[in-house]
Design a protein around this ligand. Structure first.
Ligand code: BTN
Length: 322
């Protein structure tokens, strides 16, 4: 176990009570410097740890999304995140669309406790009861509209890594951006955009994560919540902080044009590559081996010796690898 995880365990066990840096250091037989470095790393991962000059450190499990804006002030991202919280909306994507003509700034996040008409990819509905994370990030990147698939792959990576930072569980990505744990969907991403000729005006990055919400019966064999995976509730504020940090880091690479490093991260998290897959492309389907993703984010599939590129569609992983 890494030192920072040992420190975290001590803080978690002394819930709501301050523990001094020297007590932690003594228990773990390390220096106080090492403890303060571990605390810094835990904060970087998203955890909310308060410090007091005399009392030491205290771990806070904040879940109340109304407080999110105040808890992301210190995360040091290049994107200037600002949160607009709603108790209930039709879809955070709709709210984001309605705001873009009022000069809303890049990094604005629309988040809601519940959505009544959540939207998924390919015209599907997305059930969004309370307890999950349903949000849209408004972006105005100066990238070509062709980068939109990459933006959604990148978001899948940020969500998977953020979940790993907070839970130590490593999710897998199914192309393009389903986030899976044990083969079941824990999060999905929907990127919508407003483009003019060859310029992207707005990208609305919608993220839905099953955190502590009930999984509706109709999707219970294909979806899973983090609460089900871990057998305990996960405070949503640290999780959001972790995801936003990861998102910011990867987004900076994308706007710099560093596509390869994004693809590298995606490949390392992917459970699609090397797999036999069926791809549903509207009316048609193809079956083959998923070989790679290219610099547009398209999936490269080998079908009967022929290499095909898939830009959008639904992938089903077949049981056997090649
Ligand atoms: C998918 O996997 O089909 C994508 C699901 C995206 C759901 C999120 S929840 C927040 C945002 N608002 C929506 O209506 N949809 C996205």
């Amino acid at each position: 176990m890494k030192l920072e995880d040992k420190v975290l365990r001590i803080l978690e066990n002394s819930r709501r009570i301050f523990v001094s840096g020297s007590d932690i250091a003594r228990k773990l037989n390390v220096s106080r410097m090492a403890v303060s470095k571990a605390i810094m790393n835990l904060r970087k991962r998203g955890y909310v740890i308060e410090s007091h000059p005399r009392l030491g450190y205290r771990y806070v499990e904040v879940d109340d999304l109304r407080l999110l804006d105040s808890y992301i002030r210190d995360i040091n991202t290049k994107l200037n995140f600002k949160v607009l919280y709603f108790e209930e909306v039709s879809s955070t994507q709709d709210v984001a669309f309605s705001l873009i003509n009022s000069g809303v700034s890049e990094g604005t996040i629309i988040i809601a406790e519940r959505q009544t008409k959540g939207r998924g990819r390919l015209g599907r509905k997305w059930l969004s009861p309370m307890g999950g994370l349903w949000f849209t990030i408004i972006l105005t990147p100066s990238i070509s509209p062709n980068y939109v698939t990459l933006l959604s792959l990148m978001t899948g990576c940020a969500v998977a890594l953020g979940i790993q930072d907070i839970t130590n569980v490593r999710p897998e990505l199914k192309w393009p951006n389903d986030v899976l744990i044990n083969g079941r969907k824990v999060a999905g991403i929907l990127v919508e955009m407003l483009a003019e000729a060859d310029r992207l005006r707005y990208a609305l990055v919608g993220v839905g994560i099953n955190v502590n919400n009930e999984i509706p019966k109709e999707v219970s064999d294909s979806a899973i919540s983090l609460q089900q995976v871990l057998g305990r509730g996960i405070p949503r504020i640290p999780l959001m902080r972790a995801i936003l940090r990861r998102f910011d880091e990867l987004y900076q690479r994308l706007v710099r044009g560093d596509v390869n490093s994004i693809l590298k991260v995606w490949r390392s998290l992917s459970s699609t590559l090397g797999r036999r897959v069926i791809v549903y492309l509207g009316e048609k389907t193809i079956e083959g081996i998923a070989l790679d993703v290219d610099e547009d984010g398209a999936l490269i599939v080998k079908v009967n010796g022929e290499v095909r590129k898939v830009y959008s569609g639904d992938v089903v992983h077949l049981r056997f690898r090649k």
